[in-house]
Design a protein around this ligand. Structure first.
Ligand SMILES: [Zn+2]
Length: 437
């Protein structure tokens, strides 16, 4: 296999040229899966895979996380001694899933993040503050660190540290870029205000884990708040531990670009059919050039939409919008489909709301058919605020949900757990759901 060496061609080739390149890489990937992955060998051995690899891919069944959880060893396509790093994939229901990487997979990881950071405008002159963990069996922090190194910029690995610590690091080391979870960066700016000492040189925030764009790909209210607080450009990047293939904003900030030599992406409806451009569906990924745990048509569980229009940056690669929700968090309330993210977006637009979470209830079939919204207010006039939120929510999501006022400190203890930087805002009566990276 080729080494991962960047050429502008892999970014700026025409859609037709990209399709030819992807078809060849996908063919190689299918053969690799058939020859090395016990799980996929059983599926591919019975198929003729000599034709167009996109057509073959379409005929393949989807791979669900529950299949990986049931027998992770059947997805491992290399000998034990080839494995160099093992992480746990967080998120969804069930035990965390072990995901192994070979030395080449780690090179791919660095290359993937290098390409993403390059696209949104990071340079070797940057100093990049990483506010995510590099250990605890997570992959994201390591990916960002490797990406920063590959660009030639300087990394500041302050990780999952306190607001005080990050403020001090910013004052002393004067980063130019911060990588972090948007709601944490909002709190950090609030903590550092009004002086924002040391933050003048910060020109770019690269946001992970929460959407900062809306359905029109413009900054949502959280993204706008960040841009104002930090006086910086706000970008978004998305990936998962299993696929380690990023979708990152380019410098235009117009949705996340797929890196065409590293993955094939599909957006599918509940019946596994491709949805039209702009329509929401589940992101299904076939990461290319993977060794240790190659996957075919992996269901990420994330709901988004795509566009194939050539971006103003000149790239014609597949782009996705913000993550609108998780498949597992889909609610059907009075027959209407609703994702928690729509409620969050509406709440972010109400200045009186200081913080919030959703508590969802399942029916006897396991579907979420009922939910209540718990809100802490910045104002003392709780009753007026509850009425306001109820009205605004009904207008925004077209569903009436019960709104309950809560004390801000107890609400934040629930939302911001110590072990996770990313806030948890979706709870069920029996537990909570994580969102992955
Ligand atoms: Zn672009």
């Amino acid at each position: 296999m080729n080494e991962f060496i960047y050429s502008e061609k892999s970014d700026f080739a025409s859609a037709e040229e990209l399709a030819v390149m992807q078809e060849q890489l996908l063919k190689r990937h299918l053969l690799y899966c058939r020859d090395n992955s016990p799980f996929y060998r059983d599926i591919l051995n019975d198929m003729d895979i000599s034709g167009n690899s996109f057509d073959i891919l379409e005929q393949l069944p989807l791979t669900d996380k529950s299949q990986l959880n049931a027998s992770p060893e059947r997805f491992v396509a290399v000998a034990d001694r080839e494995i160099r790093d093992i992480v746990f994939s967080s998120g969804t229901i069930g035990a965390p899933l072990p995901v192994p990487y070979t030395a080449r997979d780690l090179k791919r990881l660095a290359y993937n993040e290098y390409r993403s950071f390059l696209a949104c405008g990071m340079t070797a002159d940057d100093r990049v503050l990483l506010t995510c963990t590099l250990d605890r069996c997570f992959i994201a922090g390591l990916a960002y660190f490797e990406g920063v190194r590959a660009i030639g910029a300087a990394a500041i690995r302050n990780g999952l540290n306190s607001l005080e610590s990050h403020a001090e690091v910013i004052r002393r080391l004067k980063p130019t870029v911060i990588v972090g979870v948007p709601s944490f960066l909002k709190r950090l700016a609030g903590f550092m205000a009004p002086s924002m000492q040391g933050a003048d040189g910060i020109r770019m925030l690269i946001c992970i884990g929460e959407p900062v764009r809306d359905r029109e790909l413009k900054l949502n209210s959280l993204g706008q708040t960040l841009a104002e607080q930090w006086q910086a450009k706000v970008y978004s990047t998305y990936a998962s531990s299993e696929t380690i293939t990023s979708f990152c904003d380019c410098s235009i900030g117009n949705g996340g670009h797929l890196l065409p030599d590293l993955g094939v992406a599909e957006i599918l409806d509940e019946n596994g059919k491709t949805v039209p451009e702009g329509e929401p569906g589940e992101l299904v990924m076939t990461p290319l050039q993977m060794e240790a745990m190659p996957l075919l048509r992996f269901r990420t569980g994330d709901i988004t939409f795509m566009t194939r229009k050539t971006c103003a940056c000149g790239r014609s690669s597949f782009r996705i919008g913000p993550i609108l929700g998780r498949r597992q968090q889909m609610m059907k309330i009075n027959g209407t489909t609703l994702y928690p993210q729509s409620v969050f977006t509406a709440l972010e637009n109400i200045p009186e709301v200081a913080d919030y979470y959703i508590l969802a209830h399942r029916n006897e079939h396991g579907l979420f058919t009922d939910a209540e919204v718990h809100v802490a207010f910045a104002s003392e006039y709780r009753e007026t605020c509850v009425a306001l939120v109820r009205k605004r929510l009904a207008a925004h999501i077209r569903i009436k949900l019960p709104v309950l006022a809560e004390d801000i400190s107890s609400l934040r203890t629930k939302v911001f757990s110590k072990e996770n930087r990313k806030p948890q805002r979706f709870f069920t009566v029996s537990g909570r759901y994580d969102d992955g990276i």
